[in-house]
Ligand binder design. Structure first.
Ligand SMILES: *Cc1c(COP(=O)(O)O)cnc(C)c1O
Length: 381
């Protein structure tokens, strides 16, 4: 019988007292709860999946281009490993972004690229700057790659506190600054002047543009050629409706590329995702027309929410609207909507306790949403 390991050392029971030792920090870490699928929500609420309106994860309610569905039905060569370089896709992304293919790397979603960047930069104990409230994956992944995440909170209106970031980078010698523009969940773009000042820091600035296709502002893609310390992350999950296939990409300074190629999993982008992305890029006009429809619904939501007594929307440049709730708890608000079959996002997090994020949907979905919200205002729910 092996001597049992001392307590709090990552020991995990596998079977009847048999222990294996996993990493202590992971053993004591709390679990991340990603969004739940439509089917699970339906079961939980006792409703039909078809009757649910899922506005909690900024997914594209229109789905992918019909050409993608057609192409995937005839997907060839599933028995062969995918092109490790995603060569054809990167050529098409070069046309789409205006940046040479040599500076583009594809991943299983932008999420994978966040991990790759941490792997590339972080030695145990190095600091990264996170600017909450923001997308959770930067701070979620940091400790897994032995990085120390330093939180520099946004101002009460969710704008970036540039001076505080500058000080934190200096104090902690941070190597990476993760920024999200438009920011998830607050929806605002980061001002170009702010990014410019941050690019003067001795750190690499990662700008996550997952929602840039929905914004009026310009992408920073064409800055990547000019700054050796700027990385831009993009994805086809939202605007192209491919979240379920996991395909994203990063725009990187030239000097980083050889090293990224060394550490990337060779077959990270599967054949279905690769094909779906290429077909989507061949159908950009159609997909961007749907993006315009979603932006219209977002604008409609912003106006209608502001007229409700209990909602205060924040101006958004993405496909969702963050709202402050008054007169009831955000949790209660979420539960009331769920009972009516509408799923929205509630955060049990600092600065967001009284906030709800609602994704833009089809006109019919937003009709129903506004109907339910008005009924809630009149105590008729
Ligand atoms: C949805 C989202 C992503 C995830 O992109 P994937 O390509 O699906 O991994 C990245 N960043 C932000 C801010 C997001 O909201």
């Amino acid at each position: 019988m092996p001597t049992p390991p001392p307590p709090n050392c990552g020991a995990v029971d596998i079977m009847k007292g048999e222990k294996v030792r996993i990493r202590r920090d992971i053993a004591s870490m709390s679990a991340y709860t990603p969004t739940t699928s439509l089917e699970v929500f339906a079961e939980r609420l006792g409703l039909e999946a078809d009757n649910l309106i899922k506005l909690d994860a900024n997914e594209n309610p229109y789905g992918p281009s019909p050409r993608v569905v057609e192409a995937l039905a005839k997907l060839p060569n599933m028995q062969v490993y995918p092109d490790p370089e995603s060569g054809r896709l990167r050529d098409e992304l070069a046309d789409y972004t205006g940046l040479p293919a040599e500076q583009i790397l594809c991943g299983a979603g932008a999420d994978e690229l966040i991990e790759l960047i941490l792997q590339l930069f972080i030695e145990p104990g190095d600091a990264i700057i996170n600017t909450p409230p923001t997308f959770a994956m930067y701070s979620f992944n940091a400790p897994l790659y032995h990085a120390q995440a330093v939180d520099v909170y946004r101002r009460p209106n969710f704008s970036l506190d540039v001076e505080a970031i500058q000080e934190a980078v200096a104090q902690h010698k941070a190597k990476l600054v993760f920024l999200c523009s438009p920011n998830n969940p607050s929806g605002g773009l980061i001002a170009s002047e702010d990014i410019k000042s941050l690019l003067e820091l001795p750190a690499t600035i990662v700008v996550d543009e997952a929602y840039i296709e929905f914004a009026e502002g310009r992408s920073l893609a064409n800055w990547v050629g000019e700054y050796p310390n700027l990385i831009v992350l993009r994805t086809l999950s939202k605007w192209a409706g491919l979240a379920g296939l996991r395909i994203g990409y990063g725009l990187f300074p030239r000097a980083l590329m050889p090293h990224l190629w060394k550490i990337k999993q060779p077959y990270n982008v599967n054949v279905a995702a690769d094909l779906a992305a290429r077909v989507s890029l061949g159908d950009v006009d159609f997909l961007l027309e749907r993006v315009r429809q979603l932006v219209k619904q977002r604008q409609r939501m912003e106006v209608a929410f502001a007229e409700l007594p209990y909602l205060s929307p924040y101006a958004s440049q993405a496909n969702f609207v963050l709202n402050r709730i008054s007169g009831m708890s955000a949790e209660y608000f979420r539960d009331q909507l769920a009972r009516a079959g509408i799923i929205v996002r509630y955060y049990k997090k600092p600065r967001l306790e009284d906030c709800i994020r609602i994704s833009a949907g089809t006109p019919a979905q937003i009709d129903r949403l506004l109907e339910v919200l008005r009924a809630l205002a009149n105590n008729e729910l």
